[in-house]
Structures are given as structure tokens and as C-alpha cells.
Write a protein that binds this ligand. Structure first.
Ligand SMILES: [Fe+2]
Length: 312
């Protein structure tokens, strides 16, 4: 099946204080507010009108919706044909003066997460100036599912995503038309966590940008959810910054693999070294200490057990 989706476009998140969260993403996310109205703010770091849409929500905090850009106008009809064939309801949307989207459809995935696919978003006339953290792409979003295998089948069948790698059958990383290792990732989670976000990721130019983002975040009082590491699956060098208001983290990464079209998905083992290849060669005690610190746990084997069961 053809890849209908070209790339991740945006994530929509509910937060209790839009202005406060917009300030947070300006100060430690290095994004600029491009547009805002009562209860909504649009932020981005490239030519796209937005990568992140914040919505005032007192009850629903965190991920509300994920938007993917299609590779062509024709792909919209292909997607609606596939939704029709599966009996999945969808609604059309798109308002260049409102949500900055030309034409799209919205539907719900098997875990109850709202997904938008669309032809085009408004483009900014200039790219926001960036000296310290030079951003290239809104790269991927990762969320939880009760059944990553079923989610994989859904996203490959309806949108043409292809698996790039699995971590056992507990996590799947899937690529779209731009062939970056993953535009989306799905981690196994409890029913309570299904359709909630783990993180979204912004691709930056080099390790210098990752390290500056890391140091600026800590100097401005933000918490690192995971310190700098390199993933075995994608090859990314990454740092994760906690967003406590939304209950997620966001990642800056570089050196994220572009995958060959005929790449066959591996099934990687669920170990700390799959998560961070820089742990290789350290002692078992040090692996345990680093893993527990990264997982935010203190008991002796809990971090390792969590990795064995799921990489989340
Ligand atoms: Fe990531």
C-alpha cells in the first residue's frame, strides 16, 4: 500500500493555562507563537503555521489530537476510500482563517485517539530566527496503545505507514513518506494510558543544538525527563524535557536515521542498551543506576523490569 502520509504535521494538547504553556514552549522549547486567540495558541519552529496547538482545557490535559500531512491532494480521497471500506466514520474539516488547514478529514483510531490528515497547512512567509537551537522538522509523536500490534495494522492499512522497528511487540516505530525512521511511535500501555502521549520530537541540526537545548532547559528550571542518550532503533541522539502542565515530555534529537525504502523492520530486544547504546560497556550496577534514574524510580530492579515489559 502506498504511503498516504508524508510527515507529522502537528500535535494538539490540552493545558490548564494556555498563556503559561506558550511561555514554557517559548523559553525551553524555542518555539514561537504564531497566532493566538481566546483559549488557543499556535506555535512552531519552521515555515509551517504551527507544530503545536495548545487548547485551554480544565479537564482533558495532554494529547487531544495528532495531525499528519498527506503527500498529495489525491491522497485525501485514497484515505477516505480506505476509511469507508472499513466502516470508519470521519468528518471533513479545514479553514485557512481558523485552524490554518486547507482540507482534511478527522477520525478516531482503535484506542480512541483523534487523528487528522490534511492536504496542506498555511505556510509562514519566513522561518522564525533561530540562533541557539536550529530546528529542522516536527519529526514524530509517540503515544500509548493497549495493543501496538492492532495499532500497527490500523495505521499501515488506513494511512500506509510502514514499521521501521519493533521493541519486542511492545513498541512499534512507523515511518511515513519522508522516510525518517519514524513519524509516529506506539508504546504498549494500560487502558488508562491508551491514547495519551509519551512525547513529541523536534529534529535539530546537530548535537550542538541538542546540548544547548538541554543546558538552556536546566538553567531555566525545567526538568530533564531523560538526559542525553542515543537510541538503538533510530540512531537518534536525544534529550527529553518534561512538560508537567501537559503531563508529557518533548524531545530534541539529531542524527535520526533516514531508512531505505526496502528496510525490513527489526524486532529489537527490550534492554537498557536498546534504549541507550551509550550504556554498553558499563557495569551492571551502573546500568541499573542509570536506568532507574531515567525511569524516575528508585527500587533496585524496577527500571529494568519496566524496560523488559515495555520501553515506556
Ligand atoms: Fe522520540
Amino acid at each position: 500500500m502506498d504511503q498516504a502520509v508524508e510527515r507529522l504535521g502537528y500535535v494538539v494538547m490540552g493545558v490548564p493555562d494556555v498563556a503559561g504553556s506558550a511561555d514554557f514552549y517559548r523559553d525551553v522549547g524555542h518555539l514561537t507563537v504564531h497566532d493566538s486567540s481566546a483559549g488557543t495558541a499556535f506555535l512552531g519552529g519552521g515555515y509551517d503555521h504551527h507544530w503545536l496547538r495548545l487548547e485551554q482545557q480544565d479537564q482533558r490535559r495532554g494529547l487531544l489530537r495528532v495531525g499528519f500531512e498527506l503527500g498529495s491532494d489525491d491522497a485525501l480521497g485514497d484515505v477516505t476510500d480506505r476509511l469507508d471500506a472499513r466502516g470508519i466514520a470521519y468528518e471533513e474539516f479545514g479553514d485557512l482563517d481558523g485552524d490554518a488547514i486547507d482540507r482534511g478529514v478527522r477520525f478516531t483510531d482503535p484506542d480512541g485517539l483523534e487523528i487528522d490528515v490534511y492536504t496542506q497547512m498555511l505556510s509562514r512567509g519566513t522561518k522564525p530566527g533561530q540562533n541557539l537551537v536550529r530546528m529542522q522538522e516536527m519529526l514524530h509523536a509517540v503515544w500509548f496503545s493497549t495493543d501496538p500490534v492492532a495499532a500497527h495494522d490500523f495505521y499501515s492499512g488506513v494511512l500506509g505507514f510502514r514499521a521501521s522497528d519493533w521493541i519486542k511487540r511492545n513498541a512499534v516505530f512507523m515511518r511515513s513518506g519522508n522516510n525518517y525512521h519514524h513519524s509516529m511511535g506506539i508504546f504498549r500501555g494500560s487502558p488508562e494510558r491508551a491514547a495519551t502521549m509519551d512525547h513529541f520530537c523536534i529534529l535539530v541540526e546537530s548535537i550542538d543544538d541538542v546540548m544547548r537545548a538541554r543546558n538552556i532547559a536546566t538553567s531555566r528550571g525545567a526538568t530533564l525527563q531523560k538526559d542525553v542518550l542515543r537510541h538503538a532503533a533510530s540512531g537518534s541522539i536525544s534529550v527529553y524535557i518534561a512538560d508537567p502542565a501537559a503531563g508529557i515530555s518533548f524531545e530534541f534529537c539529531t542524527e535520526h536515521d533516514i531508512v531505505d525504502a526496502d528496510h525490513r523492520a527489526r524486532i529489537l530486544e527490550a534492554t537498557p542498551i536498546s534504549r541507550d547504546v551509550w550504556m554498553q560497556g558499563t557495569s551492571r550496577e551502573e546500568i541499573k543506576r542509570l536506568t532507574n534514574a531515567a525511569m524516575g524510580v528508585t527500587s533496585s530492579d524496577e527500571g529494568l523490569a519496566r524496560i523488559a515489559n515495555s520501553i515506556a
